[in-house]
Ligand binder design. Structure first.
Ligand code: ADP
Ligand code: MG
Length: 399
């Protein structure tokens, strides 16, 4: 799960990381009120969307005086104008994809005088299963680009879970960032607080790009991005409450509400399967027969009629779905119950794309009979390969 920059900064602040003063605003009036409170000659108005690259991003349907999604301004009037200019418009960055994201809130922050822009992140490295710190003197730009062009300018520090972040490791990072004097201890303190925040919130990533050295020599995070382990949200109610549903895929949200594991993909064949392993095998075999799965969907062990219906609705809410493959193994669930669920769901959602169903397990013959006698154009399949072949063929024929 992701959160907004201003929320990440509040979290980091609560764990002792120094951040600039600022506040979120949903209207131009609110933005001005925040700015008045800041007592600074320079303000920064920042679009809040769950994507980076806002500064260099552009708005859809260009207007006169357009600039990116991060604006440095010098008066309350400009705070108002720029907030007005950004709210309600769609910001496109290299991370949003061409469809962009609508800006519904902005963060108004004190401006700061930047001497150097550095890069700092903390993430779970899957290869080592450890928290790893990534740091670079090349901040402010795309870290992927730095990694591609000058990989030697990125340093990594892998943390032992028993030791955590040692002052030694933290100092190593500070020196790699070419910090000097009092900045070294400031950096060590910042890293310690960052690590505390990371562990306490079950984060999977914190990225600060840029971390800046100000003209006065202070060290400050100017941007903050945080991701959290979704599987730990049950014990992180505070993090869960920061969720912004506007930033999430509506179908995935609906699936979560019904405890269905659904992930949207780019293909045309919707899949409804029970068990994650079988779901993956189903996606693989669809590809083998020349199709592309439109989603991963595991309806879980208790594939009741209600869940099957919800799953159908979610699959069909995706306009790119041109066919559906239901592949369910009736182990604990009986195939006749599943067949009744599929038939009822297909009726309820007035299905208009080919539907191939492969059932296997307890009462499979009764299940097939129910589908055959339903009067619905359900294509029955005998095994996984047969099912994949039939759905790919049916989609091609329907085109
Ligand atoms: P993004 O990464 O989405 O483009 P950032 O928060 O990194 O957004 O902002 C982009 C750039 O804007 C930064 O690299 C920095 O140069 C500048 N900037 C951001 N916040 C401030 C601030 N409070 N004061 C001065 N400059 C800022
Ligand atoms: Mg940034």
């Amino acid at each position: 799960m992701n959160i907004h920059e201003y929320q990440a900064k509040e979290l980091l602040k609560a764990h002792g990381v120094p951040v600039l003063d600022g506040g979120v605003a949903y209207t131009p009036d609110e933005a001005v009120r925040v700015a008045e409170r800041l007592e600074t000659p320079v303000f920064v108005v920042k679009s809040q969307i769950h994507a980076g690259g806002r500064g260099k991003g552009h708005f859809k349907e260009p207007e006169a005086g357009d600039k990116g999604g991060v604006r440095v301004v010098k008066s309350l009037d400009e705070v108002r104008e720029n907030t007005e200019h950004m709210l309600g418009r769609t910001l496109v960055t290299h991370q949003t994809g061409p469809e962009g994201r609508e800006v519904k809130r902005v963060y108004v922050e004190s401006g700061c005088n930047i001497a150097r822009e550095l890069y700092l992140s903390m993430l779970i490295d899957r290869a080592t299963s450890r928290v790893t710190i990534m740091a670079s003197t090349e901040g402010g730009m795309d870290i992927e680009e730095v990694a591609a062009r000058t990989p030697e300018k990125i340093v990594f520090e892998s943390l032992d879970p028993v030791v955590g972040l040692s002052p030694y490791s933290a100092r190593k990072i500070a020196f790699a960032l070419k910090l000097e004097g009092g900045q070294v201890s400031a950096c060590v303190k910042l890293l310690m607080s960052l690590y505390k925040a990371f562990m306490a919130t079950d984060a999977s990533m914190v990225e600060i790009n840029p971390l800046v050295v100000t003209a006065d020599g202070d060290l400050l995070p100017l941007d903050a991005k945080m991701n959290f382990d979704s599987n730990a949200l049950y014990r992180q109610p505070k993090i869960e409450s920061l969720r912004d549903e506007d930033e999430e895929d509506p179908a995935e949200l609906e699936a979560q509400r019904h405890s269905l594991n659904y992930i949207k993909l780019d293909g045309t064949i919707g899949c409804m399967v029970n068990g994650a392993g079988l779901a993956m095998a189903t996606m693989d075999i669809i590809k083998l027969y020349g199709g592309e799965p439109a989603n991963f969907l595991d309806v879980g062990g208790g594939a009741t009629r209600e869940r099957v219906t919800t799953a159908f609705k979610i699959i069909l809410s995706d306009p790119s779905v041109e066919g559906i493959l239901v592949n369910i193994f009736g182990g604990i669930m009986r195939c006749d119950v599943i067949a009744e669920g599929v038939v009822a769901a297909a009726r309820e959602v007035s299905l208009n794309v080919p539907l191939v169903v492969r059932l296997e397990g307890t009462n499979v013959d009764l299940g097939k009979k129910i589908m055959a006698e339903s009067g619905l154009p359900i294509i029955s399949a005998d095994n996984l390969a047969d099912a994949a072949e039939k759905v790919v063929k049916a989609v091609k024929e329907a085109q």
